[in-house]
Design a protein around this ligand. Structure first.
Ligand SMILES: C[S@@+](CC[C@H](N)C(=O)[O-])C[C@H]1O[C@@H](n2cnc3c(N)ncnc32)[C@H](O)[C@@H]1O
Length: 278
């Protein structure tokens, strides 16, 4: 069954604070809930660090930096000038990329209505919004209607290369819902001259050790629901991406991306999808 967002938004608060703590975000995007959760989990993270075990912070930073580096490359190479970040939560990416690329980039953050409202208020209060950066409500599970990706994409320039980014979203939904999202993303991206999809993904094969299983249970308890591992290995995931309508698909190991910066234990638990249309 598909999950609704209310249960998984505590992790958005936590992640928002983790990025800020590590110098990747802005004070305006921090919430009291995020600070509280982060400080509550700090001792556990420190213990894991001391034992050289994967940490939540390690995988969060790895996935964020890896997605950033692939998106940056696509923008610098001129393949992408429009970005839709779905389920952006308290991500600093829209602010950060607009700050660096200015009017050359159009950036749309999209999330369920409550989160989109919170995000917009925070960006406005912090003076972090500039022309060409919007936040709007969207339901990634909707095929039609005003909250659908299809409707959002109608308002973009069909002549510009476009990227869709999801981070921290897929593993909270069952396989059927994820395949539905991928089909929707591929169909929308095929309307543009170049289409790029970037997302983190956890594979079952990389998450089978004892510490990884403990980590998975903690995360499931944290989000009050199951964390799904849809694919055992890379080939299965890549086959499904191609079957969903992408013309090419790769899975990156964040530790192999030189631009992604230094990684901590935990980076090995996550992969980053780079799928293209056309
Ligand atoms: C775990 S948080 C991730 C947020 C952010 N990308 C991050 O990495 O911290 C999940 C986000 O997905 C959003 N979400 C959940 N269900 C959604 C849906 N059906 N459509 C769009 N966003 C959804 C939540 O509101 C929340 O912001």
């Amino acid at each position: 069954m598909a999950r609704s967002s209310e249960a998984i938004s505590p992790t958005a608060h936590y992640t928002g604070y983790a990025w800020f703590h590590h110098g990747l975000s802005h004070q305006a995007l921090v919430t009291p809930q995020g600070r509280l959760l982060f400080n509550a989990l700090r001792p556990l993270n420190r213990l894991a660090q001391a034992w050289e075990r994967p940490t939540v912070e390690g995988f969060l930073l790895a996935r964020h930096r890896a997605i950033d580096s692939l998106l940056e490359q696509a923008i610098v190479e001129g393949r992408v000038t429009q970005v839709i970040e779905i389920a952006s939560g308290f991500s600093p990416r829209g602010w950060d990329f607009k700050r660096r690329h200015g009017s050359r980039l159009r950036y749309i953050e999209a999330d369920l209505p409550q989160m989109a409202e919170w995000k917009l208020q925070r960006l406005e209060r912090g003076g972090l919004l500039q022309p060409g950066h919007r936040v709007q409500p969207l339901d990634a599970l909707a095929d039609h209607g005003p909250a659908s990706l299809a409707a959002l994409a109608e308002r973009l320039d069909p002549a510009q290369g476009t990227a869709i980014v999801t981070e921290g979203l897929l593993n909270y939904f069952d396989r059927e819902s994820v395949l539905g999202m991928w089909q929707r993303f591929a169909a929308v991206l095929s309307r543009f001259p170049q289409g790029l999809y970037l997302s983190d993904l956890h594979l079952a094969r990389d998450n089978q050790g004892t510490s990884q299983r403990v980590f998975g249970r903690l995360l499931s308890a944290f989000v009050r629901g199951r964390v799904h591992l849809h694919f055992n290995g890379a080939e299965q995931a890549l086959d499904q991406l191609r079957a969903s309508g992408f013309s090419t698909a790769e899975l990156h190991d964040p530790r192999q991306l030189p631009q992604a910066g230094r990684t901590q234990p935990g980076a090995e638990l996550v992969r980053v999808i780079e799928a293209r249309s056309r």
